[in-house]
Design a protein around this ligand. Structure first.
Ligand code: FES
Length: 260
Protein backbone atom coordinates (compact mmCIF):
# COMPACT_ATOMS: atom_id res chain seq x y z
CA UNK A 1 0.00 0.00 0.00
CA UNK A 2 1.32 3.44 -0.87
CA UNK A 3 2.53 5.46 2.18
CA UNK A 4 -0.11 8.14 1.68
CA UNK A 5 -2.87 5.53 1.58
CA UNK A 6 -1.47 3.84 4.67
CA UNK A 7 -1.64 7.12 6.48
CA UNK A 8 -5.19 7.57 5.33
CA UNK A 9 -6.21 4.26 6.89
CA UNK A 10 -4.33 5.13 10.06
CA UNK A 11 -6.33 8.30 10.16
CA UNK A 12 -9.58 6.39 10.21
CA UNK A 13 -8.45 3.54 12.40
CA UNK A 14 -6.69 5.50 15.13
CA UNK A 15 -8.15 4.81 18.54
CA UNK A 16 -7.65 8.47 19.34
CA UNK A 17 -9.79 9.32 16.39
CA UNK A 18 -12.52 6.78 16.98
CA UNK A 19 -13.00 6.01 20.65
CA UNK A 20 -14.56 2.56 20.72
CA UNK A 21 -16.79 3.39 23.65
CA UNK A 22 -18.53 6.04 21.61
CA UNK A 23 -18.42 4.75 18.04
CA UNK A 24 -18.55 1.52 16.14
CA UNK A 25 -17.08 1.15 12.70
CA UNK A 26 -16.30 -1.37 10.01
CA UNK A 27 -13.46 -1.05 7.55
CA UNK A 28 -13.83 -3.95 5.15
CA UNK A 29 -10.18 -4.76 5.88
CA UNK A 30 -10.89 -8.24 7.30
CA UNK A 31 -12.44 -9.21 3.99
CA UNK A 32 -9.48 -7.78 2.13
CA UNK A 33 -11.52 -4.97 0.63
CA UNK A 34 -10.03 -1.51 0.64
CA UNK A 35 -13.38 0.23 1.01
CA UNK A 36 -13.61 3.46 2.96
CA UNK A 37 -14.70 2.78 6.53
CA UNK A 38 -18.36 3.13 7.43
CA UNK A 39 -19.15 4.63 10.82
CA UNK A 40 -22.27 4.46 12.92
CA UNK A 41 -22.79 6.82 15.79
CA UNK A 42 -24.06 5.70 19.15
CA UNK A 43 -23.52 8.96 20.95
CA UNK A 44 -25.77 12.00 20.85
CA UNK A 45 -25.37 15.72 20.68
CA UNK A 46 -22.28 15.97 18.46
CA UNK A 47 -24.15 18.31 16.10
CA UNK A 48 -24.23 20.76 18.99
CA UNK A 49 -20.40 20.83 18.91
CA UNK A 50 -20.18 21.62 15.17
CA UNK A 51 -19.74 25.16 13.92
CA UNK A 52 -19.43 26.37 10.34
CA UNK A 53 -18.77 29.75 8.76
CA UNK A 54 -18.04 30.87 5.20
CA UNK A 55 -16.07 33.92 4.22
CA UNK A 56 -15.53 34.25 0.48
CA UNK A 57 -13.76 31.07 -0.58
CA UNK A 58 -12.77 30.22 3.00
CA UNK A 59 -14.73 27.62 4.93
CA UNK A 60 -14.18 27.56 8.70
CA UNK A 61 -15.49 24.60 10.62
CA UNK A 62 -15.17 23.34 14.13
CA UNK A 63 -15.79 19.59 14.12
CA UNK A 64 -15.38 16.82 16.68
CA UNK A 65 -13.95 13.44 15.73
CA UNK A 66 -14.52 11.29 13.83
CA UNK A 67 -14.03 13.76 11.01
CA UNK A 68 -14.35 11.17 8.24
CA UNK A 69 -12.24 13.25 5.86
CA UNK A 70 -10.10 11.52 3.25
CA UNK A 71 -7.04 13.63 2.55
CA UNK A 72 -4.44 13.47 -0.18
CA UNK A 73 -1.36 15.40 -1.21
CA UNK A 74 -2.09 18.31 -3.53
CA UNK A 75 1.09 17.50 -5.42
CA UNK A 76 2.70 14.09 -4.73
CA UNK A 77 5.76 14.50 -2.51
CA UNK A 78 5.15 18.20 -1.83
CA UNK A 79 3.64 20.16 1.06
CA UNK A 80 -0.09 20.79 1.20
CA UNK A 81 -3.11 18.51 1.43
CA UNK A 82 -6.60 18.63 0.05
CA UNK A 83 -9.84 16.74 0.58
CA UNK A 84 -10.20 13.63 -1.56
CA UNK A 85 -13.64 12.91 -0.13
CA UNK A 86 -15.77 12.67 3.00
CA UNK A 87 -17.41 9.51 4.28
CA UNK A 88 -20.77 8.78 5.84
CA UNK A 89 -20.75 8.85 9.62
CA UNK A 90 -18.06 11.52 9.91
CA UNK A 91 -18.77 15.00 11.15
CA UNK A 92 -17.40 16.53 7.93
CA UNK A 93 -20.10 14.81 5.91
CA UNK A 94 -22.69 15.74 8.51
CA UNK A 95 -21.68 19.40 8.33
CA UNK A 96 -22.46 19.51 4.61
CA UNK A 97 -19.68 22.08 4.14
CA UNK A 98 -16.66 19.95 3.25
CA UNK A 99 -16.15 18.53 -0.23
CA UNK A 100 -13.55 17.15 -2.59
CA UNK A 101 -10.70 19.39 -3.76
CA UNK A 102 -10.95 21.78 -0.83
CA UNK A 103 -7.49 22.76 0.40
CA UNK A 104 -6.73 22.40 4.11
CA UNK A 105 -5.18 25.68 5.28
CA UNK A 106 -5.23 25.54 9.08
CA UNK A 107 -5.63 23.08 11.93
CA UNK A 108 -6.32 24.62 15.33
CA UNK A 109 -5.18 28.04 14.12
CA UNK A 110 -1.87 26.71 12.72
CA UNK A 111 -1.03 27.21 9.06
CA UNK A 112 -0.52 23.79 7.44
CA UNK A 113 -0.15 24.91 3.83
CA UNK A 114 3.60 24.25 4.06
CA UNK A 115 3.23 21.01 6.01
CA UNK A 116 3.85 17.59 4.49
CA UNK A 117 1.06 15.02 4.42
CA UNK A 118 2.47 12.96 7.30
CA UNK A 119 2.69 15.95 9.62
CA UNK A 120 -0.89 16.96 8.84
CA UNK A 121 -2.09 13.44 9.56
CA UNK A 122 -0.09 13.24 12.80
CA UNK A 123 -1.58 16.53 13.92
CA UNK A 124 -5.12 15.37 13.26
CA UNK A 125 -4.60 11.99 14.89
CA UNK A 126 -3.04 13.64 17.96
CA UNK A 127 -5.98 16.01 18.43
CA UNK A 128 -8.04 14.89 21.43
CA UNK A 129 -11.37 13.17 20.89
CA UNK A 130 -14.50 14.87 22.15
CA UNK A 131 -13.15 18.36 21.51
CA UNK A 132 -14.06 20.16 18.28
CA UNK A 133 -11.07 20.78 15.99
CA UNK A 134 -10.90 24.17 14.26
CA UNK A 135 -10.20 23.67 10.55
CA UNK A 136 -9.97 26.20 7.74
CA UNK A 137 -10.31 25.16 4.10
CA UNK A 138 -10.17 27.03 0.82
CA UNK A 139 -12.87 26.04 -1.61
CA UNK A 140 -11.51 26.46 -5.17
CA UNK A 141 -14.99 26.21 -6.67
CA UNK A 142 -16.20 29.14 -4.55
CA UNK A 143 -13.15 31.14 -5.60
CA UNK A 144 -13.87 30.53 -9.27
CA UNK A 145 -17.52 31.51 -8.87
CA UNK A 146 -16.64 34.69 -7.01
CA UNK A 147 -13.82 35.65 -9.37
CA UNK A 148 -16.31 37.02 -11.86
CA UNK A 149 -17.40 39.55 -9.24
CA UNK A 150 -13.91 40.82 -8.48
CA UNK A 151 -13.32 44.38 -9.59
CA UNK A 152 -10.98 45.18 -12.43
CA UNK A 153 -7.49 46.17 -11.36
CA UNK A 154 -7.55 49.94 -10.81
CA UNK A 155 -6.52 52.19 -13.68
CA UNK A 156 -2.95 53.42 -13.23
CA UNK A 157 -2.33 57.01 -12.23
CA UNK A 158 0.83 57.08 -14.36
CA UNK A 159 1.44 57.23 -18.09
CA UNK A 160 1.01 53.84 -19.75
CA UNK A 161 3.76 51.95 -21.50
CA UNK A 162 6.77 53.67 -19.95
CA UNK A 163 9.68 51.21 -19.65
CA UNK A 164 10.75 50.39 -16.10
CA UNK A 165 12.51 47.66 -14.15
CA UNK A 166 11.42 45.22 -11.46
CA UNK A 167 14.06 43.64 -9.26
CA UNK A 168 12.98 40.18 -8.10
CA UNK A 169 15.34 37.99 -6.08
CA UNK A 170 18.38 39.75 -7.52
CA UNK A 171 17.13 39.42 -11.10
CA UNK A 172 16.01 42.44 -13.12
CA UNK A 173 12.88 42.17 -15.23
CA UNK A 174 12.02 44.64 -17.96
CA UNK A 175 8.46 45.91 -17.54
CA UNK A 176 6.14 48.69 -18.62
CA UNK A 177 3.95 50.96 -16.56
CA UNK A 178 0.30 50.01 -16.79
CA UNK A 179 1.04 46.30 -17.11
CA UNK A 180 -0.39 43.80 -14.68
CA UNK A 181 2.18 42.81 -12.05
CA UNK A 182 1.21 39.12 -11.84
CA UNK A 183 1.25 38.63 -15.59
CA UNK A 184 4.61 40.37 -15.87
CA UNK A 185 6.13 38.22 -13.13
CA UNK A 186 4.79 35.00 -14.63
CA UNK A 187 6.01 36.01 -18.08
CA UNK A 188 9.43 36.55 -16.51
CA UNK A 189 9.33 32.98 -15.10
CA UNK A 190 9.12 34.25 -11.53
CA UNK A 191 7.69 31.77 -9.00
CA UNK A 192 4.74 33.82 -7.79
CA UNK A 193 2.91 30.94 -6.10
CA UNK A 194 3.88 28.40 -3.51
CA UNK A 195 3.22 24.73 -4.26
CA UNK A 196 -0.39 24.78 -3.09
CA UNK A 197 -1.08 28.12 -4.75
CA UNK A 198 0.09 26.73 -8.07
CA UNK A 199 -2.69 24.17 -7.95
CA UNK A 200 -5.44 26.25 -6.42
CA UNK A 201 -5.01 29.86 -7.53
CA UNK A 202 -7.94 31.73 -9.06
CA UNK A 203 -5.96 32.63 -12.18
CA UNK A 204 -5.88 36.32 -11.46
CA UNK A 205 -9.46 36.65 -10.26
CA UNK A 206 -8.56 38.51 -7.08
CA UNK A 207 -10.13 35.84 -4.88
CA UNK A 208 -7.63 33.31 -3.61
CA UNK A 209 -4.91 35.55 -2.16
CA UNK A 210 -2.17 33.14 -3.25
CA UNK A 211 -0.49 35.64 -5.59
CA UNK A 212 0.56 37.93 -2.76
CA UNK A 213 3.91 39.71 -3.16
CA UNK A 214 5.69 42.47 -1.28
CA UNK A 215 6.32 45.65 -3.26
CA UNK A 216 9.17 47.74 -1.87
CA UNK A 217 11.22 50.68 -3.11
CA UNK A 218 8.23 51.56 -5.26
CA UNK A 219 8.07 55.31 -5.28
CA UNK A 220 4.77 56.79 -6.41
CA UNK A 221 2.86 53.50 -6.57
CA UNK A 222 -0.78 53.79 -5.52
CA UNK A 223 -1.68 52.17 -2.19
CA UNK A 224 -3.60 48.94 -2.35
CA UNK A 225 -7.29 49.10 -3.13
CA UNK A 226 -10.06 48.41 -0.63
CA UNK A 227 -10.55 45.02 -2.26
CA UNK A 228 -6.90 44.09 -1.78
CA UNK A 229 -6.88 45.41 1.77
CA UNK A 230 -9.84 43.18 2.57
CA UNK A 231 -8.12 40.14 1.12
CA UNK A 232 -4.81 40.90 2.84
CA UNK A 233 -6.09 41.71 6.31
CA UNK A 234 -3.30 41.47 8.88
CA UNK A 235 -0.52 41.71 6.29
CA UNK A 236 1.77 44.75 5.93
CA UNK A 237 0.61 47.58 3.65
CA UNK A 238 3.46 46.83 1.25
CA UNK A 239 2.02 43.40 0.46
CA UNK A 240 -0.19 43.30 -2.62
CA UNK A 241 -2.28 40.91 -4.65
CA UNK A 242 -0.06 40.87 -7.70
CA UNK A 243 -3.05 40.09 -9.94
CA UNK A 244 -4.75 43.29 -8.79
CA UNK A 245 -1.68 45.51 -9.01
CA UNK A 246 -0.68 47.72 -11.90
CA UNK A 247 3.02 48.40 -12.42
CA UNK A 248 3.71 52.08 -11.90
CA UNK A 249 7.48 52.30 -12.20
CA UNK A 250 10.69 50.77 -10.89
CA UNK A 251 10.26 48.57 -7.82
CA UNK A 252 11.67 45.64 -5.89
CA UNK A 253 9.34 42.67 -5.57
CA UNK A 254 9.54 39.97 -2.90
CA UNK A 255 7.56 36.86 -3.76
CA UNK A 256 5.84 34.57 -1.23
CA UNK A 257 6.40 37.02 1.65
CA UNK A 258 5.70 35.95 5.24
CA UNK A 259 2.38 37.14 6.67
CA UNK A 260 3.94 39.48 9.24
S1 FES B 1 -4.39 34.90 -8.37
FE1 FES B 1 -5.97 34.67 -6.92
S2 FES B 1 -5.97 36.57 -5.86
FE2 FES B 1 -4.45 36.81 -7.36
Amino acid sequence: MAPALQQLFLFFLSGALLPHDAWSFSTGISSGRANPPAFSARSHGRAAMMMMAKEGDLVRVSLPKPLGIQLEEVVPGSPGVRVAGVVEGGTAKESGEIGADMILLEIGGKDVTSAMFDLVMDTLVAAPAGVPIDLVFRDPSAAAAAAAEAPEAPAPAVAMGVPCELTVGGVTLKAKTGDNLRKTLLAGKVEVYDMVGKMTNCNGGGQCGTCVVQVVEAEGWDPRSEWEAGKLKGRPESQRLSCQTVIQGDATIVTKPPKK
